[in-house]
Ligand binder design. Structure first.
Ligand code: F3S
Length: 284
């Protein structure tokens, strides 16, 4: 059987960097207490492994405020500026693993809002990345996700507007919402801050799924980007299977196929992908 593994399967650059940072800090700071502010990625296996190595997860700002010692690692999503202030005030060492693409948005938002512009973030208000971006604005911010919200939006009279995007937002939807806003607001600067990693992973997965007899999508069942990946592959290949680990793979389903494609969501570790790849390659 021929196995085709997507080059873009698994961690994107920013997530890999954040996960590597945690393991690097564990080795570097033996004896020191290490925390991550929120789970480093959306994958139980990885978070459990880190816990075994002594890394604890801080779940809330309140919990963070009560911390008096140790090292806190900021994950790739980034955090509001006030979190850095709390860490500084409490004398906690901060290791910032915010993805550089997200950090760039923080800088834009800080600069443009300082210059008096009203910030519009196209994205999901509940997503930690968007909460983080919002927290770098010095004044007014509006978060827009839907057509209705774009239609309702009106900035304070005479204020210039600066639009940025959540890195994982859909490009076509972003363009559409920007068009609606630009029609009503005179002074708008638009910065497309969408990251291509998600899009590239989806495009490659679809191309592979179209050419193989069966497709395997690996990822945590709660991961929204893996669900999306599964939908895309399922449309292109009716023999598409969504698994979390090798244990979920039903071997009977692959018995009569010649070619199998494999991809994985952004929070799926390499070892899980390799395990599936090796198993399929050897056993069929
Ligand atoms: Fe960074 Fe893009 Fe990943 S913004 S965290 S490389 S999806």
């Amino acid at each position: 059987m021929e196995v085709r593994l997507a080059k873009t399967a698994g961690f994107c650059f920013g997530v890999k960097r954040a996960v590597d940072t945690v393991y690097g800090q564990v080795e570097l700071r033996e004896g020191e207490k290490i925390y991550t502010y929120g789970p480093i990625i959306h994958n139980d296996e990885v978070v459990k492994d880190m816990k075994r190595r002594g890394v604890e997860v801080i779940h809330s700002e309140e919990e963070l405020k009560n911390l008096t010692s140790g090292v806190v690692i900021i994950r790739s999503h980034g955090v509001p500026k006030r979190i850095h202030t709390i860490l500084e005030k409490n004398g906690i060492t901060c290791v910032d693993a915010t993805c550089p693409f997200v950090k760039k948005i923080h800088r834009i938002v800080e600069k443009e809002s300082k210059a008096g512009k009203h910030i519009v973030i196209i994205g999901d208000a509940k997503h930690p990345e968007v909460e983080g971006i919002r927290g770098w604005a010095e004044s007014g911010v509006t978060i827009i996700k839907t057509e209705e919200e774009a239609n309702e939006f009106l900035p304070p009279c005479g204020t210039e507007v600066c639009i940025v995007s959540q890195t994982t937002f859909n490009y076509n939807k972003f363009k559409y919402l920007v068009e609606i806003i630009s029609k009503k607001v005179y002074n708008v600067s638009v910065l497309n801050t969408i990251c291509n990693a998600t899009k590239e992973r989806q495009v490659e997965a679809e191309a592979i799924a179209k050419e193989v007899d069966a497709m395997i999508v690996i990822g945590d069942k709660h991961s929204s980007n893996t669900q999306k990946l599964f939908e895309i592959c399922d449309r292109a290949c009716s023999n598409t299977y969504y698994i979390q680990t090798l244990e979920d793979l039903n071997v009977n389903q692959l018995k009569s196929v010649q070619t199998v494609g494999i991809t994985a969501g952004a929070s799926t570790p390499k070892n899980i992908i390799e395990e599936v790849q090796n198993y399929v390659g050897i056993n069929f």
